[in-house]
Design a protein around this ligand. Structure first.
Ligand SMILES: [Zn+2]
Length: 446
């Protein structure tokens, strides 16, 4: 008995019909309409990031043009006739696929131009698919122009590119352009779930979310991750398994780590980081994830459901809410500054884990420093009523007032009006300025 060889998911589930192009509704609708109304252009440009399905779409168009079984009024190719099958495999003699990245010169294009006059060998249309077309040289583009303007009736061009800005306007004005989008996380998750169902497999919702996020909306990348996970999976795909494979620490764990940093618990922070690094994750990846969680916590403070989005579990949202209620927003932005600077520090450090630990030392200390509010008060509060004096002066200014908190900026305006004696004024100004340098946007509570 022969065993069917394993086919990777990205190939097995490559869209073979327009209806299977997930998340590209506008493109599908326009293409379908042009086939139905028999107004199919002679040149297409497919634009989108890598892995969004440009090659699959190009082959689909080539099949729809050349399918032997398709009747008038049909849009979808049959996928069973000899033309459909050989195009799907990239082997049809009349569907010429070339890579603009390796054939960039004018001579490569001249070769094409010389062959366009000959009719197709066995298909209705000769289709030239040029991938990464933006890599063509200027003279190559120029050589293409004339053919593109008046191509023989039996010729169609399909260009694909990841970088639309590098394509000359003269070319852009002669093609029908389609933008292929990265899939929304929710759409990609639904697509993965559908595929798993067909494969007779199950997965935790969180696991699908992690895969979709990591793939950043690319179906191909998501399926390739899924393939790797399936190697070690028996029955159900767990989020823990996916995180391990990707070298990621779960977002909830990162949020707990952030909580330790905010609480200034240096010892526990370092212990947790070391145990994460001894797993699969790298210091740089961990830092990146810390920054992402910090952004999420900061946005959570705005209490706006639309801004927060549905990308986080209820447990994550609950913890973020707890962190927000117990942390001065200025601490969050200052932590961001410290951690963000760390990205470069980690790149040049010979031991990135050492660098990360020192960075977290700094972050932990930052969190337990007196609040900017208290610092400013301590500078100004050495003399009676001086804090109130600041408020009084500030109220005269039309600038800045937020809720119950009065903002100290602009310092210059405030100090200019002050009636304090000169020497104290200078000390106060520079001290408060320094505090505001460290905590931009700091406020003083009444
Ligand atoms: Zn066919």
């Amino acid at each position: 008995m022969s065993v069917e060889p394993y086919k990777v998911l990205a190939l097995k589930y490559r869209p073979s019909q327009f209806s299977e192009l997930v998340g590209q509704d506008t493109l599908v609708k326009t293409l379908k309409n042009s086939f139905l109304s028999k107004r199919v252009g002679h040149a297409f440009l497919l634009h989108g990031d890598r892995g969004v399905g440009k090659t699959s779409t190009a082959r689909l168009i080539a099949k729809a043009l050349n399918c032997l079984e398709k009747k008038d009024g049909d849009v979808e190719p049959c996928n069973t006739c000899s033309n459909c099958q050989s195009i799907q495999m990239g082997r049809h003699v009349d569907v010429i696929e070339m890579d603009g990245a390796s054939k960039t010169g004018v001579n490569d294009i001249r070769e094409i131009i010389e062959t366009v006059v000959y009719r197709a060998a066995s298909a209705k249309f000769k289709v030239y698919i040029i991938d990464e077309v933006h890599m063509l040289s200027n003279s190559a583009f120029n050589a293409l122009l004339k053919t593109l303007e008046e191509p023989p009736e039996h010729v169609k061009f399909i260009f694909a590119t990841t970088d639309i800005k590098k394509i000359p306007l003269t070319i852009l004005s002669r093609v029908s352009r389609f933008d292929l989008r990265r899939l929304e996380i929710e759409v990609l998750m639904k697509h993965l779930l559908e595929i798993l169902k067909r494969e007779g497999l199950k997965a935790e919702k969180e696991a699908l979310k992690t895969i979709s996020r990591e793939a950043a909306g690319s179906v191909r990348d998501a399926l390739s991750i899924l393939d790797q996970v399936l190697v070690n999976c028996e029955t159900i795909i767990e989020n823990k398994m996916v995180n391990e494979l990707l070298g990621k620490v779960s977002r909830l764990e990162i949020l707990y780590l952030l909580e330790l940093i905010i609480q200034g618990k240096t010892k526990e922070t370092l212990k947790r980081v070391r145990s994460s690094i001894s797993g699969n994750t790298s210091p740089a990846l961990l830092l990146q994830e810390l920054l992402e969680c910090l952004h999420f916590v900061s946005v959570s403070s705005l209490m706006d459901h639309e801004l927060i989005g549905d990308d986080h579990s209820s447990e994550e949202k609950k913890l973020a809410k707890k962190l927000v209620s117990s942390t001065d927003p200025v601490i969050l932005t200052s932590l961001w500054q410290i951690l963000f600077k760390g990205i470069d520090e980690l790149k040049i450090a010979s031991q990135s884990i050492t660098s990360l630990e020192m960075l977290l030392f700094r972050a932990c200390h930052m969190s337990i420093m007196p609040s900017p509010d208290a610092l400013i008060k301590s500078v100004l509060g050495s003399r009676a009523d001086s804090t109130m004096h600041v408020y009084n002066l500030e109220r005269k200014s039309p600038l800045k007032r937020q809720g119950k908190d009065e903002i100290i900026e602009p310092i210059e305006g405030m100090i200019k009006n002050t009636e304090l004696d000169k020497s104290t004024e200078t000390t106060d100004t520079s001290a408060v300025k320094e505090i505001l340098d460290i905590f931009p946007g700091a406020t003083v509570k009444k």
